[in-house]
Design a protein around this ligand. Structure first.
Ligand code: 0PR
Length: 385
């Protein structure tokens, strides 16, 4: 730190210079991100609530009510009348909370120590962090030929140490939806906690289903589902950080509660202590501002862009890994390695990412990618073909 205070203008100049090194979503060059520009209204609300701390909710009763309303509203979107949960920093924290709830529940009610979690090969790496922190063993379920969790493989993986089964509604790499209804039944019949990671799909599948897209059921209307991750800072267009964890029953929060004697509430179930109220307020504002109609329109626009990209890629001669179910397209050049193609695209200033299972270029069609950007990209891909 400098000894003497520095003039605001000088500080801002330095920060602006550094900020200019960042890619800007608005340029349409960021093709592999699940985050996007937050809506200006959400940012305005976010700034108003910057000093609120939900770690001590007795001091911020109004902001706590806002968090409760957001959880209730997301719960309803996911077919749950009375929802429990929190707005947290993102999908990682939400998934860790779900797995912690499952582990503690199994320890308390079934006496399981040295537990195991069954996750698909396609699961986000946040579950590896969860298993590491919570001292659980990961048992990986295989994927079927369509890159979705193999139901038989889940059945085979169940043991008397299983504390949770995880399935994904909107996989990170391909945007696919696992056969959640079948897994839900298996979990229910075996009395095992079932967590659905809809960090990406949670803010689009319900709207697409209502708009007539043939979307499978993935939510609390399935009796086996115990918790769902759904992230406002992905398809919800809320500012970072905003993840969501929704539990079916309050007891899942209770089994994680630790005493917090000197605070305005006597127990705390979240992982972090001091935590942003701004994320809840901004999420509340943007959900009200868009309403179901607004989200539905956005989700459909993104699916239109997805179709446009997928069809044109095929037209040029690229191979799609699978038909997109959500707004992610993964593809390969018939003769060129995906990493080589990714490098060529990088050289043309496109920020792409490469999926690992299977290895392919992966494009997440978020709100900042417009048709004009896709046309430019397709021109470049035509040249590279
Ligand atoms: N669950 C799923 C299904 C996810 O896709 C992700 C993140 C998470 C959980 C974890 O969420 P948080 O990153 O909010 O903790 N998926 C993206 C990924 O890892 C996140 C991302 C976003 C990556 C923007 C890059 C980027 O520029 O690929």
């Amino acid at each position: 730190m400098d000894d003497k205070p520095i003039d605001k203008q000088d500080i801002l100049k330095e920060l602006d210079e550094l900020h200019s090194l960042d890619y800007d979503y608005a340029d349409g060059r960021i093709l592999g991100s699940m985050c996007t520009q937050a809506h200006p209204f959400a940012k305005e609300v976010y700034c108003k609530f910057l000093d609120t701390n939900l770690g001590d909710p007795g001091l911020f009763k109004g902001t706590k009510l806002i968090e409760n309303k957001v959880i209730e509203s997301i719960g309803k979107l996911l077919s749950l009348d009375k929802a429990y949960g929190n707005i947290v920093t993102g999908g990682t924290e939400a998934n860790i909370m779900a797995i912690r709830a499952a582990r503690n529940h199994a320890r308390k009610y079934k006496g399981i120590v040295d537990g195991e979690i069954i996750i698909p090969d396609s699961a986000h790496f946040s579950f590896k962090k969860a298993a590491d922190m919570l001292n659980l063993k990961i048992v990986e379920a295989k994927l079927d030929d369509d890159y979705k969790i193999d139901v038989d493989s889940v059945k085979e993986a169940i043991s008397d140490k299983t504390v949770a089964i995880v399935a994904i509604a909107g996989t990170t790499e391909l945007g696919l939806i696992d056969p959640i209804e079948e897994i839900s039944e298996i979990a229910f019949e075996n009395n095992i906690y079932f967590h659905v990671d809809a960090a990406f799909g949670g803010f689009s599948i319900p709207f697409l289903r209502d708009a007539g897209y043939g979307m499978p059921v993935f939510d609390f209307s399935l009796r086996g589902v115990c918790s769902i991750t759904v992230d406002p800072h992905k398809m919800g267009l809320a500012p970072i950080p905003a993840g969501g964890i929704i539990f079916r029953k309050e007891e899942y929060l209770d089994v994680m509660a630790v005493d917090s004697p000197y605070l305005t509430v006597k127990t705390q179930s979240t992982i972090v202590g001091t935590r942003l109220g701004a994320s809840s307020a901004a999420t509340y504002a943007i959900m009200k501002y868009f309403g179901k109609d607004g989200y539905s329109k956005k989700a459909q626009e993104l699916m239109d862009n997805t179709r446009f990209l997928a069809e044109n890629l095929k037209g040029i001669g690229y191979d799609l890994v699978c038909e997109p179910e959500l707004n992610i397209v993964a593809f390969n050049h018939p003769d060129m390695d995906a990493h080589e193609l990714a490098q060529k695209l990088e050289d043309l200033d496109w920020k792409v990412s490469v999926a690992k299972c299977p290895v392919a270029i992966r494009i997440v069609l978020m709100n900042h990618i417009k048709i004009t950007h896709l046309k430019e990209l397709l021109e470049d891909l035509k040249e590279l073909y």
